[in-house]
Design a protein around this ligand. Structure first.
Ligand SMILES: Nc1ncnc2c1ncn2[C@@H]1O[C@H](COP(=O)(O)OP(=O)(O)OP(=O)(O)O)[C@@H](O)[C@H]1O
Ligand SMILES: [Mg+2]
Length: 259
């Protein structure tokens, strides 16, 4: 299920503005990769190119290739909607559909893909996805209540359940814990550790401890100055990035001597 990602010579634009320049990176299947770097260096922008969410903005485009198990997501005839069923995304702020029940929130992505599904299959999928997101025990007796009635941490796990429900191979997370308290954050971190056995996980985080705790590999992005493109500076085992990085800028950033 889990797939590897190989990015080749990727440039990412907003209109004329080159936001991220010449990224080459190889992300293993069944691993957690953290993207770190100062604000504005293009972490979110780059992350969104991995499931073709970048181009939904007018004028936004990419050059280069993103290969999912060898298949270019930007190849001719590739449907971006299909890509997003293979590469799911979880956002910074939990964004369940507020008026929808917990159950329907889990099924929202599946229904969006026009999949017909029987009531009992749907029940199974809801339970399996909520189990996978470590939320089942907390919500199993209130599946028909609105998703907005959950705590922030529970809502984020509901969004993860919604992402899992479409059976993706990759899950992208953009600062998934930044709106959460420490306990909910630890719950999500535990969950990420578990998700790794089935999915390729990529997480953007500003929290160095979090990157060190949850990821196998870390990619440090940086920007030379305002208006300059963000670049991938160093990519290595997380332990190496945090102990003996090869670049001075990486060392300065992970040790907090930075901007
Ligand atoms: N919709 C947009 N239109 C034009 N430029 C944008 C847009 N979104 C982001 N940018 C620009 O692209 C660059 C990278 O932004 P991005 O949001 O990817 O950075 P980031 O590393 O995720 O920062 P943060 O850590 O603050 O979330 C910035 O210069 C930003 O202003
Ligand atoms: Mg961002």
């Amino acid at each position: 299920m889990s797939k590897r990602i190989d990015v080749k010579d990727l440039n990412v634009y907003y209109g004329d503005f080159l936001a991220v320049e010449d990224v080459n990176i190889n992300i293993e299947a069944r691993s957690v990769t953290a993207f770190i770097g100062p604000s504005g260096c293009g972490k979110s922008t780059f992350l969104r190119t991995l499931n073709r969410m970048h181009e939904v903005l007018p004028g936004a485009r990419v050059e280069g290739e993103v290969l999912l198990d060898g298949e270019n997501l930007y190849g001719p005839g590739v449907d971006p909607v299909t890509v997003r069923t293979h590469v799911g995304m979880v956002f910074q702020r939990p964004n369940p559909f507020p008026t929808m029940s917990i159950r329907d929130n889990v099924l929202a992505g599946v229904k969006l893909n026009n999949k017909r599904i029987s009531r009992s299959d749907a029940d199974d999928l809801v339970e399996k996805s909520l189990q996978g997101a470590n939320l089942w025990r907390e919500v199993k007796d209130r599946l028909d209540k609105p998703g907005s009635g959950l705590s922030g941490g529970q809502q984020q796990r509901l969004c993860i359940a919604r992402a899992i429900a479409v059976s993706p191979e990759v899950i992208l997370m953009d600062e998934p814990c930044s709106a959460l308290d420490p306990i909910s954050t630890l719950a999500i971190e535990d969950l990420i550790e578990e998700l790794k056995s089935d999915y390729t996980v990529v997480i953007v985080t500003h929290n160095m401890q979090q990157a060190a705790r949850v990821s196998d590999k870390t990619a440090f992005f940086n920007i030379a100055g305002t208006g300059k493109p963000g670049k991938l500076i160093e990519y290595d085992d997380t332990a190496t990035i945090f102990s003996t990085p090869s670049q001075k800028a990486t060392e300065d950033y992970v040790s907090g001597r930075f901007g």
